[in-house]
Design a protein around this ligand. Structure first.
Ligand code: PBG
Length: 324
């Protein structure tokens, strides 16, 4: 006799202390990375309409924001930049005095203990909004690699603690590793957006970062949402090329990918709880249709339970306050 009534799973659910004792997954502020959007100018703090509580920030405002994030105990921020002007090759992405490079220096001064992770991509900086150099209507992989590598180097040079390529070009992790090593940044880790899907969930981000492609979409470089084995190949290649942390993005519709990656490798895994996932929670909460706090904690716990060690999330500041 091994089942009921000998086994009663409700015994361990009876009181809050019992539930706490047997809880299998815990959420901690230590695991969060908070994304920030930086822009030129002064005194700019423009709320992103579809992402309440998130802003485009000029460097002076960024200083305050970074201090607040650090004060909340969040270990890291992820920087995205809005350039002064865009061109076909995204020149400000790899300019040593570009907006992100300046932002890194500002944060390192204002909040030295805060880790600065930089998104390495061209899409915010190119006039066509694609993540690389466009040749005959197609994003040219190998011509893009050099610019992506130079972007990562310029971030490291500014003082970035981790560089995070999100462009999905083949070979970018190796290209970044080699330019960093050649220039004395052999200790700078790479967090690779390894399994990054061509997703409708990036909509609000593209409004925030002004990076919507001006023609076509990103399906010729980002992954098809129906594929799982291909994601594992992407992850394996990034690991072979020297990625220190691999990422799955978006998170919620891709929890199976996170779980499979967890079984397959021992590297830290990051999951990006993207803008559209955030916007849906905010919109439903504002309509009084869901309990925001409960749903947010449930989502982040689910991402962690699937196997993510690190969660990049726009909810980070609020959750840090709730977890205090
Ligand atoms: C840049 C980049 C994107 C996101 C992160 N880095 C947008 C895209 O690929 O179009 C999306 C983040 C989010 O939606 O929160 N390539």
């Amino acid at each position: 006799m091994s089942g009921f009534p000998l086994q009663r799973l409700r015994r361990l659910r009876r009181t809050a202390p019992l539930r706490r004792l047997v809880s299998e997954t815990s959420l901690a502020v230590d695991d969060f990375i908070y994304p920030l959007f930086v822009t030129h100018g002064k005194g700019i703090k423009t709320e992103i309409p579809s992402m309440p509580g998130n802003y485009q920030l000029s460097l002076d405002e960024l200083e305050r924001e970074a201090a607040e994030v650090a004060e909340l105990g969040i270990p890291a921020v992820l920087l995205f930049g809005l350039p002064a002007s865009k061109d076909p090759v995204g020149s400000e992405a790899f300019a040593f005095d570009g907006v992100v490079q300046q932002a890194v220096r500002v944060i390192k001064r204002a909040a030295p203990e805060l880790l600065v992770v930089t998104d390495v991509c061209l899409c915010e900086y190119t006039s066509h909004g694609h993540c690389g150099v466009v040749v005959d209507g197609y994003v040219h992989n190998d011509q893009t690699l050099d610019l992506i590598a130079r972007t990562a180097w310029s971030h490291a040079e500014a003082g970035a603690d981790i560089v995070a390529p999100s462009d999905m070009m083949d070979g970018r992790v190796a290209a970044i590793r080699s330019i960093l090593d050649e220039n004395g940044f052999e200790t700078t880790p790479i967090m690779a957006y390894s399994a990054k899907y061509a997703s409708g969930f990036y909509g609000p981000f593209r409004e925030a970062a002004e990076s919507t492609p001006q023609f076509g979409d990103r399906s010729a470089y980002q992954m098809d949402p129906s594929n799982v084995r291909e994601a594992l190949r992407e992850i394996d290649l990034d690991v072979q090329e020297g990625a220190d942390i691999v990422m799955v993005k978006p998170a919620l519709a891709y929890l199976d990918i996170i779980a499979k990656a967890r079984q397959r490798l021992d590297h830290p895994i990051a999951a990006y709880n993207v803008s559209g996932e955030f916007a849906m929670v905010k919109a439903a909460a504002r309509n009084g249709w869901i309990d925001e706090r409960r749903v947010t904690l449930e989502i982040l716990t689910g991402i962690k339970r699937a196997g993510a060690d690190i969660i990049i999330t726009y909810h980070a500041k609020e959750v840090a306050k709730w977890l205090k």
